[in-house]
Write a protein that binds this ligand. Sequence first.
Ligand code: UDP
Ligand code: MG
Length: 331
Amino acid sequence: MEKRNQIPTLYLILPCYNEEAVLEKTSLVVKDKMTRLMKEGKITNVSKALFVNDGSRDATLRMLYDIAQKDSFYGVLSFAGNYGHQSAILAGMLEARLHADAAVTIDADLQQDIEALDRFLECYMDGCDVVYGVRNDRDTDGFFKKLTATTYYKLMHLLGSGALTNSADYRLMSKKALNALAEYGESSLFLRGLIPTMGFESDIVYFDVKAREAGESKYTFKKMLNLAMDGITSSSIRPIHMIGGLGFITVLAALVMIIFSIVDWARGNAVQGYTTSLIVTLILGGVILVSLSVIGEYVGKTYMEAKHRPRYIIDNVILRDVSYEDNTIEE
Ligand code: UDP
Ligand code: MG
């Protein structure tokens, strides 16, 4: 890896969905931290915090406009609707690549330790293009979240996704990595699984997780389930291969059963075995339905991708004191 010798202009991306309860505190903490980094000569003084409003229904957007109006350190990118956390951080990063040398994404509730930024920057200066944040432990999570998260990562690896266990969307990407990310056109996004497949020089930073200070989790069970499904189906087709394996085993079992029943018939004790055939029929029916639904999931995904719909629609961007000069803006 080649060391970098110029400090970066850093954009901190904060996705916000109904975050009125934490915004004030977050904006202060972020400004304080970034100002310190500027004074310590770790980032340039045109670095910014970029909030991405993901179609909030509360006072979030008004508060963001307020904050950005008073201080050009803050930028706001606002979506026309709620397109989800993954789209929000993607939009933030794609905007950041036009103005910054590196972007870090972090949750607006600052549950992820912002003090870890120093270590992200060290890795960047060492020459990394991607730095993954990985959480130290899950002490602050409830029992249910801990259990589901652990099981999920195990399942994901089994099903062929490359996401790092317990990696969060707290991550640094260099301009080079961001430009590469911009080339990916898929609308079903699972960044945690996608970014490791890009193959840049990378490193890991471990960070602590705090409990959410105000407001409640915006990840409803449904959103979490959707993300979980995307995580598996958008980065791997191993489930389909597994169905193939299942089919093969079923055929073998059926062959054995056929041989047995022919032998049975030859010996003259047919009819018996009603229970067996009932069980076999039920199991087979179940397996076929599950397999169909897995394949259906992929067909559905293909259908959605084939539409080539925009991943999000930007309603407004406020970024003061930046020039779009030597950058081409996406159409
Ligand atoms: N978020 C978003 N769009 C959504 C849901 C969540 O932009 O549809 C943002 C949210 O504002 C927060 C981050 O994603 O900054 C993580 O959400 P949250 O803290 O509610 O999730 P948790 O920490 O409970 O997993
Ligand atoms: Mg949170």
